[in-house]
Design a protein. Structure first.
Length: 484
């Protein structure tokens, strides 16, 4: 391996996130193609990036042979482009090939192998395959602890990633000590003002946010934002993510007047940094629209949702999971306005896209089924709603386990439907199960418990005929950060 290629490989495989850089010095033909693909990737032009990287990989295989370790560069980059487009089935074998190349060249205990394992685990996570991701993160952590020592920043990043799996599974008590250990290592190794410390603070805040521990989450979000503004500058894209997450926390607490300016600033940063047609801009448009919906400003929300959808369809394609989320959210708006005939085909198209890209067992599909069932309930089509609620419940139980807080959403929906149908004994059984989950997860004094009881009591009084649907929104309102 040339010194230039070796340096480039290290940059590619050890950076935090897909921060790809072209090679320095003399570049062979395949390296030039790969560098062109990297530039297109950063511009959000994934189609062109794929073309260049595919060409680069073919040229590298011809020039170096199919087993040369340098192929890991092009293979990994092409896998990243597929992952960015939600093409997880295509990215998975490429990451596996990259790991095999690295293991053969460097040995199974090399830190670069740990990086490859992290990337493959992230593909599994994106598909909701947390059980598959966890052992890869554990192996990556073990390699790094042995090779680099317990106080290495790379070890801290592996701790963070494993904690993220636990958070996704609702295993908050297991996640928190990993987040805290990761933070302690990073602060000691890099200093309290390092951007990686900001990432650790952000992710611990996300865990508190998910548990409704808003008072614990807010100072962490605020500190993370301050670090990023000081170290990266107020116009950096990562600052936009921090603004987004803090705004989402305020929105969850009904502090909409504080959330609005943060969402608007996040959007402005992204438009300036990556242009008006980038998927990151679509995410900010979506989140601002969610805020407008919460305020009942439907006429202002609709053009934002439509613009976000147009961006995503063009940049990522009509079947990408982010495009499906955008369709879902536009349907939510129509649903809230009573425009049921317009909402239904969007919900169905959204669920179809999620199923095609994420697979039929992904828990995100539970959101689509729940929203469509809510629409049917609003139209007194309860016979069509019940199997959808049941399917959503089964997906969540399979993905997260029967004691996960997300399961409560499905239990409450199904119980309300049974209550409306006079099936009180069945409804009561589900409510008891939901209460047990909430008390176990959050404690008997948590505000979500009181809210749940109030919502169920209201639905019981109205015999299940809700004035407005209780929708499950998925708008990427909060953004976790993974590290390589």
């Amino acid at each position: 391996m040339t010194h230039a290629a070796a340096r480039w490989s290290a940059i590619l495989l050890l950076c935090s996130g897909p921060c790809f850089a072209p090679p320095s010095g003399h570049a062979d033909g395949w390296e030039e193609s790969v560098a062109a693909g990297v530039r297109s990737y950063h511009q959000g032009d994934y189609g062109t990036a794929e073309e260049h990287l595919g060409k680069g990989l073919t040229e590298a295989e011809r020039a170096l042979g199919p087993q040369d370790s340098r192929l890991a560069i092009a293979v990994t980059l092409l896998a990243e482009v597929y992952r960015a487009q939600g093409r997880y089935v295509e990215s998975e074998p490429l990451f596996e090939r990259s790991i095999a190349l690295l293991e053969r060249a460097l040995g199974p205990e090399h830190p670069d192998v740990a990086t490859g394992l992290n990337s493959l685990a992230q593909v599994y996570e994106a598909q909701g395959r947390h059980a598959d991701a966890e052992p890869l993160y554990r192996r990556s952590l073990a390699i790094r602890e042995k090779a680099l020592g317990l106080q290495s920043p790379q070890v801290a990043r592996s701790l963070n990633n494993l904690a993220e799996v636990y958070r996704a599974e609702g295993r908050y008590a297991e996640a928190e000590p990993l987040y805290r250990r990761s933070l302690a290592v990073l602060e000691k190794a890099l200093g309290p003002e390092h951007p990686d410390v900001a990432t650790g603070l952000n992710n611990l805040a996300l865990s508190y946010h998910a548990q409704g521990r808003y008072a614990d989450a807010e100072p962490l979000y605020v500190r993370s934002l301050a670090i990023r503004e000081r170290t990266l500058g107020p116009q950096h894209l990562v600052v936009a993510r921090s603004l987004n997450n803090l705004a989402a926390l305020y929105r969850a607490q009904g502090r909409n007047t504080e959330a609005g300016p943060l969402y608007a600033r996040s959007l402005a940063i992204r438009e300036r940094a990556v242009g008006p047609h980038h998927p990151d801009v679509a995410q900010s448009l979506n989140n601002l629209a969610l805020l407008y919906m919460a305020q009942g400003r439907y006429a202002e929300a609709e053009p934002l949702y439509k613009r976000a959808l147009a961006i995503l369809e063009k940049a990522l394609g009509p079947e990408h999971p982010a495009t499906a989320t955008s369709l879902n959210n536009l349907a939510l708006l129509y649903h809230a306005e009573g425009r049921y005939a317009e909402a239904e085909p969007l919900y169905k198209r959204s669920s179809s896209a999620w199923e095609q890209t994420l697979g039929p067992e992904h828990p995100t599909l539970a959101t689509g089924y729940t929203n469509l069932a809510d629409l049917y309930v609003a139209q007194d089509r309860t016979r069509e709603a019940e199997p959808l609620y049941r399917r959503a419940l089964a997906l969540r139980e399979k993905a997260f386990g029967s004691s996960h807080p997300d399961v409560v959403v499905s239990l409450q929906k199904l119980a309300s439907l049974y209550q409306a149908q006079g099936r009180h004994a069945e409804a009561g059984t589900l409510i008891k199960q939901a209460l047990t989950i909430l008390e176990t997860a959050f404690g008997p004094e948590h505000p979500d418990l009181a809210t749940f009881l109030e919502n169920y009591a209201a639905s019981s009084r109205k015999a299940g005929h809700e004035d407005k649907p209780e929708t499950v929104e998925t708008g990427a309102a909060v953004i976790p950060a993974r590290a390589r």
